[in-house]
Ligand binder design. Structure first.
Ligand SMILES: C[S@@+](CC[C@H](N)C(=O)[O-])C[C@H]1O[C@@H](n2cnc3c(N)ncnc32)[C@H](O)[C@@H]1O
Length: 201
């Protein structure tokens, strides 16, 4: 079946794809916890950063940020994901937005973009737009930090990206300042994800 006539719930660039999975409770990417490298990175920062979590899903990390008094915006274009996040967030003071990452207008400047299982949820045709968008959202000195699914896996999601392909998307606007193995991955990503921090030039 060609891309053009596939139903929306079979196209990951469409919210219905994700709504179906959240609705059925089939979310194998969901860690159900705050990953260690993220918690460690946050603990190392001298002051809270205005943080954006695009494609937040359940938004576990937003709860962590709110507990530490960080200003966090968690964004997802799937209403079902937002409903799930709302339950997990409870009363945590997080801006929860149902919006498309590529078109939303941020209410405040963004100092940190947290990446987990968002880029690998996007079909390849959207990668260049993702690279442009993260650069556009961050001022010089701002950081893109998180987990990158670095492997040769063309069928997805999750869609794997090779280190050279990721560098192609980011290197003209960012410098890679942290790159480390991950030891608390969930099975879908185990052995194939790395913690990286890219700083906006
Ligand atoms: C694989 S899930 C990851 C969720 C979460 N980051 C996590 O680690 O559990 C990908 C999420 O990205 C969201 N998403 C995909 N494309 C999006 C877009 N253009 N704008 C906003 N959210 C998007 C989906 O709705 C889905 O909740």
């Amino acid at each position: 079946m060609s891309e053009a006539i596939k139903p929306a719930e079979q196209r990951p660039e469409h919210p219905d794809f994700w709504c179906k999975r959240f609705g059925e409770g089939v979310t194998p990417w969901d860690a159900g916890k705050v990953p260690d490298a993220f918690a460690d990175f946050i603990a190392r920062q001298p002051a809270p950063l205005k943080t954006l979590i695009p494609g937040c899903g359940s938004a576990w990390e937003a709860v962590h940020l709110a507990e530490l008094g960080w200003p966090a915006t968690a964004l997802d274009f799937s209403p079902a994901a937002i409903e799930t996040a709302r339950k997990i967030l409870g009363n945590a003071p997080v801006d929860l937005l149902c919006a498309d990452f590529f078109t939303f207008f941020p209410a405040r400047p963004v100092e940190l973009i947290y990446e987990r299982a968002f880029l690998c949820a996007l079909p390849r045709k959207l990668w260049a737009d993702w690279g442009r968008r993260v650069a556009e959202l961050l001022q010089p000195g701002g950081r893109l930090a998180g987990f990158f699914f670095l492997c040769d896996q063309p069928k997805g999601p999750p869609f794997g990206i090779l280190p050279g392909q990721l560098a192609e998307l980011l290197a003209s606007n960012f410098e890679l300042i942290e790159d480390a193995a991950v030891d608390d991955s969930i099975p879908v990503f185990a052995g194939r994800e790395r913690w990286q921090v890219w700083q906006r030039r």
